[in-house]
Design a protein around this ligand. Structure first.
Ligand code: ADP
Ligand code: MG
Length: 252
């Protein structure tokens, strides 16, 4: 049974009246958005509509000209990216930002160490971290690539490795910016079919910017559509796409 207080308790992230301008471009124009605990929220919209800007705001890379973002009720808009990561928000990028000269396993060990605020290279490979990293590598099906240097991975595996690295930080909110871009159409489903059970099992909430409508339709619990820095529609994929104007603006 859901009561009013239960509903309040399930809000994980709340953006209120967020505005961002870059010169003459309005990248966020009075954005209001609530993200609930445990949901996988898809963010769609044409190029330049402000999707990545929103993720940059949530991770402290950009400060808004107006408005606030709260995470578990705590304002985070003034915090550094590192402080925000510590609170439990982790991110993977459209172009993976891996430790390119490290192997998959090494970089995930570093992620685990980072989560534990332990960066001494002498002790980073302690058995505890190694065990945790092995588990993450297995969960993401990366066993065959564990000893391969990130820069040499096929594109789809690189994306998964980057997401695994973000998950090594044990976030409660995972932000992904186009996790299936530049990946073959067969492999994009592999990425999502690997990721979704991990999110569901761990209860991690996700905001996923995605261009591919097949992926959005198949995997997202709820969708928000962006255009010119504004949210123009919010709801189930089928309901949003039912509206011809929205369909044109997000896919145009
Ligand atoms: P999307 O991810 O939806 O493609 P972005 O959020 O990257 O869009 O960009 C929204 C708008 O803001 C675009 O017009 C883009 O050129 C501009 N923009 C984004 N980041 C910056 C920045 N750091 N400096 C200047 N303009 C930016
Ligand atoms: Mg973008």
């Amino acid at each position: 049974m859901t009561t009013t207080s239960d509903t309040t308790a399930t809000v994980l992230l709340e953006a209120s009246h967020i505005s961002v301008r870059f010169g003459g471009v309005t990248a966020a124009d009075d954005i209001n958005l609530t993200v609930r605990q445990g949901e996988v929220l898809g963010v769609i919209g044409s190029n330049g509509s402000g999707k990545s800007t929103f993720l940059n705001l949530c991770t402290g890379y950009i400060r808004p000209a107006a408005g606030a973002i709260r995470f578990r009720g705590q304002p985070i808009t003034h915090l550094s990216p590192r402080a925000i990561t510590r609170l439990g928000i982790a991110r993977a990028f459209q172009h993976p930002q891996l430790f390119l000269d490290k192997t998959v396993l090494e970089s995930i060990v570093l992620g685990v160490a980072c989560r534990n605020r332990f960066w001494s290279l002498r002790t980073v490979f302690q058995p505890d971290y190694r065990r945790k990293a092995d588990t993450i590598v297995d969960t993401f099906g990366l066993g065959d690539y564990a000893n391969i240097v990130n820069s040499e991975l096929p594109e789809g595996v690189k994306k998964l490795s980057d997401i695994a690295l973000a998950m090594a930080l044990e976030p409660s909110l995972l932000l992904l910016d186009e996790p299936t871009s530049s990946v073959s159409s067969a492999n994009k489903f592999v990425i999502m079919d690997t990721l979704m059970p991990i999110l569901r099992d761990s209860g991690v909430t996700a905001i996923i910017v995605e261009h591919d409508m097949e992926i959005v339709e198949r995997y997202m619990d709820r969708v928000v559509a962006w255009d010119s820095g504004q949210i123009i529609a919010e709801g189930a994929f089928a309901d949003i796409m039912h509206n011809e104007d929205v369909r044109q603006r997000v896919t145009g």
